[in-house]
Write a protein that binds this ligand. Structure first.
Ligand SMILES: O=C(O)CCC(=O)C(=O)O
Ligand SMILES: [Fe+2]
Length: 328
């Protein structure tokens, strides 16, 4: 049965795409965008970000987001602000992004909430903290340490919300069969808070992690949200990636909640169990001074037996890491 043709340009374009008429789809959107249709600009921006059905072009994506944002598109504005701050498709520009957010906050409640989170911190003009936080060394050589007041409770809630709609069960490709199978080690649900979702509250947290670990912010992989339901766990493992040229030198685990049963982070070789406390950050080195993997850094997220455990992990590489490239 024939369906009646959709009458808005975005639906029309998507419909054309479904029928493998990519060029017509693009023309439809570009025409609509030319008449000031902000949904068409937004859709064009998404295509440029995703890299389908057109090539990925981050500067062009930002241009399109800017057009949509100027017309009042709230999601486009938030994405533009994220990309401006993290330097996707342009130079890193915290203060430019903050100015955009201040303007946006006058019209949209979500932007106002993010601005409030950012303003609760005393930041440099590049968005970094002014000083380091109090830390507790858990090993003699300082390879594992804990920062009890790393996040405010509002920041914990914000991180949890920033990725919650993206949760999916952890999976890996089975090398034997090539099939996508449940992850044998990590049974939690995972959600990656990538560069497009790195709003200024998330960005300021990523900058804080860089500051505390004496690393450059672009060494960090995207902040990843993990949620463990009862019986879920992260079995004993090392965060090291075998054979990579850009090793995960250290890891920051942010504890977003408490009140569940179980779920401690255990380092068997240090005889260390860390009980998650809301707002705390556990940071540890995965490599020795000479850069070789530290076998004692292996650790586990013990099974949760009651309630849900929420954390956010940032794995930090030896050199800069491009969040727009897939895993190597
Ligand atoms: O859940 C935990 O406590 C450990 C998480 C972990 O090992 C990781 O995210 O790499
Ligand atoms: Fe780990």
């Amino acid at each position: 049965m024939a369906t009646s043709p959709p009458n808005d340009p975005v639906s029309t374009a998507r419909d054309l795409l479904q029928r493998a008429r990519g060029n017509d789809a693009l023309t439809t959107l570009q025409r609509a965008a030319g008449t000031g249709n902000i949904e068409a600009w937004y859709e064009l921006a998404l295509w440029r970000l995703i890299g389908h059905p057109v090539a990925r072009d981050l500067p062009a994506a930002r241009q399109a987001l800017s057009m949509a944002a100027k017309g009042g598109h709230a999601d486009a504005a938030m994405m533009l602000i994220a990309l401006t701050a993290n330097g996707s498709g342009g130079r890193i520009d915290w203060s430019g992004a903050l100015n955009l957010l201040k303007r946006e906050a006058q019209h949209h409640a979500h932007a106002a909430a993010v601005l409030k989170l950012v303003n609760a911190n005393n930041l440099t003009e590049d968005g970094y903290p002014q000083q380091k936080l109090e830390r507790q060394h858990l090993t003699d050589n300082g390879s594992v340490y804990y920062i009890p007041r790393f996040l405010s409770h509002n920041e914990c809630d914000h991180i949890a919300r920033a990725g919650a709609d993206l949760f999916e069960p952890a999976r890996v490709i089975d090398p034997a069969t090539g099939r996508n199978i449940p992850h044998p080690i990590r049974t939690s649900d995972v959600a990656v808070i990538g560069p497009v979702r790195e709003d200024l509250a998330i960005r300021s947290i990523n900058l804080r992690i860089a500051h505390e670990t004496d690393t450059a912010v672009d060494q960090g992989e995207a902040l990843t949200l993990l949620r463990y339901a009862p019986r879920q766990q992260f079995r004993l493992h090392s965060d090291i990636i075998p054979g990579t040229r850009n090793q995960r030198i250290c890891t920051a685990i942010l504890y977003l909640n408490e009140g569940f049963v179980g779920g401690q982070t255990r380092f068997p070789d240090h005889d260390l169990d860390i009980t998650p406390r809301r707002g705390g950050a556990l940071i540890f080195q995965n490599v020795l001074e000479d850069g070789r993997p530290d076998s004692k850094a292996r650790h586990a997220g013990l099974p949760v037996s009651k309630g849900a455990k929420w954390i956010a992990t940032r794995w930090i590489r030896a050199k800069s890491f491009d969040p727009w490239m897939g895993p190597e």
